[in-house]
Ligand binder design. Structure first.
Ligand SMILES: [Zn+2]
Length: 432
């Protein structure tokens, strides 16, 4: 059975900046789309700091103060976190677990698993800091919210970050860990809860559970090919040091990042910060053969929207259109969604508008698929007529910088938006 490629986008509001999740969908033709995008996404911390642009960080152990014994409770906790970070970066499992209190239940096993997964991911930066101050609680315990910036594979990157709650036992001048929670925002991260196996390529880190580990070599090879193409579209900044891709089995699919995804969604791109975006693929939907196609689309989101802190809810057609444009271009075959566009146009649901917003939650599969097709055909036409460079200029002005469409069209194409839109609409009708 032919499967259609759909891509759906959901807007996640994360203060202060907005972020987005893109969803690429593969589904059987007869499937009913119960709703688009992300369902039940985790709430976001009002402070939003994990999602703020962090800037680059350098590798190396955090600021340690060897020899100096911290006098305050807060100092003790910070020192413990720094010791743990140094052990993690040194590959010292015993050192990483040394802070765990013997009476902390399953925490030791939990952190041992995290240590193993982080080593699999080649963790190279791990910078924990206490948000505010450590708070003394009743019964000889203390609590602290820990912010961690981290990078995989390379010692310098635009770091990912998270905030997690911790609880400590305080005994004189010693603190030991009683609890180390998972990310409050878009958590748990895969490595926080799953025993991961990882393959590292020149451009991509791909990680999954033991059950799917045998797929890693062939899927990584496909992902590397996708990255080679999408790297060339990273014209507004360097491409990521590594694209990070997680392959989720059914259990992980509905738990990683605190997101309950629909089973028919093939994958999505999740911006963790303004410049760090991770991709999750659904192992039940994406096999090795489909990986290249899906990741051309998803990686395009990573590079075309990197470094932008704004909402995309009014530029959906540009965001998805550019991802489809690159996917189709990379595939070297004719666009595979013309039938869906034909159905959509003939349904009468398309009013001829090109600047489409993301589909309503109640939209049918056919309508959603048709909207992606209209977005793709419009961008393809602009590339054919004005050249790819000017298409990308237009994308920059309208989607990245947020200029009104008319101003963006004047700057990129030297014509007004009304003319551009009617030209694209004519082209769409002409293709079906
Ligand atoms: Zn997409």
């Amino acid at each position: 059975m032919r499967t259609a490629l759909l891509a759906a986008l959901a807007v996640l509001l994360i203060a202060p900046a907005s972020a987005i999740a893109f969803v690429t969908v593969r589904h059987e033709r007869a499937a009913i789309m119960a709703g688009q995008g992300l369902a039940g996404a985790a709430g976001h911390d009002a402070a939003g700091r994990p999602n703020a642009r962090n800037g680059g960080v350098q590798s190396g152990p955090p600021d340690a103060t060897p020899g100096a014994r911290p006098a305050s409770l807060d100092g003790l906790v910070r020192q413990a976190l720094q010791d743990q970070a140094a052990a993690l970066l040194a590959g010292d499992r015993d050192g990483f677990l040394r802070q765990v209190d013997p009476g902390a239940g399953g925490l030791r096993d939990d952190l041992a698993r995290r240590f193993g997964s982080l080593q699999q991911l080649h963790v190279k930066v791990w910078q924990p800091t206490v948000e505010g101050k450590t708070k003394a609680d009743a019964g000889g315990t203390a609590s602290a919210t820990v912010m961690i910036k981290y990078c995989f594979v390379v010692p310098s990157c635009d770091p990912m970050s998270l905030e997690a709650p911790t609880r400590w036992k305080v005994a004189g001048a010693a603190v030991t860990l009683l609890e180390f929670g998972t990310s409050k925002d878009l958590g748990p991260r895969p490595w926080e809860v799953s025993d991961l196996r990882t393959a590292v390529g020149d451009r991509v880190v791909m990680s999954t559970t033991a059950k799917y580990a045998s797929r890693l070599p062939s899927m990584l090879a496909a992902a590397e090919k996708a990255a080679a193409l999408t790297d060339t579209f990273a014209r507004w900044g360097a491409p990521p040091a590594r694209y990070v891709v997680y392959l989720a089995g059914p259990d992980e699919w509905s738990s990683w990042y605190g997101i309950r995804q629909e089973a028919w969604v093939a994958g999505f791109a999740l911006p963790l910060t303004a410049s760090a975006t991770e991709i999750v693929l659904n192992a039940a939907r994406v096999d090795t053969r489909q990986t290249l196609d899906v990741l051309r689309h998803e990686f395009t989101h990573v590079v075309t929207l990197a470094g932008v802190e704004k909402a995309y809810d009014h530029t959906w057609w540009l965001v998805e259109g550019i991802a489809e444009y690159v996917r189709v271009k990379g595939g070297g075959k004719p666009f595979d969604g013309l039938g869906d566009v034909r159905t959509y146009v003939r349904s009468g649901h398309w009013k001829g508008e090109v600047a489409l917003d993301d589909p309503d939650a109640g939209a049918t599969t056919a309508d959603v698929s048709g909207r992606y097709g209209v977005a793709y055909l419009s961008l393809q036409h602009l590339a054919d007529r004005f050249g790819e460079d000017r298409l990308l200029d237009f994308f920059d002005y309208a989607a990245r910088q947020g200029l009104p469409l008319d101003a963006a069209a004047q700057k990129a194409f030297s014509m007004g938006w009304t003319d551009v839109e009617s030209d694209c609409a004519r082209y769409v009708r002409g293709r079906i």
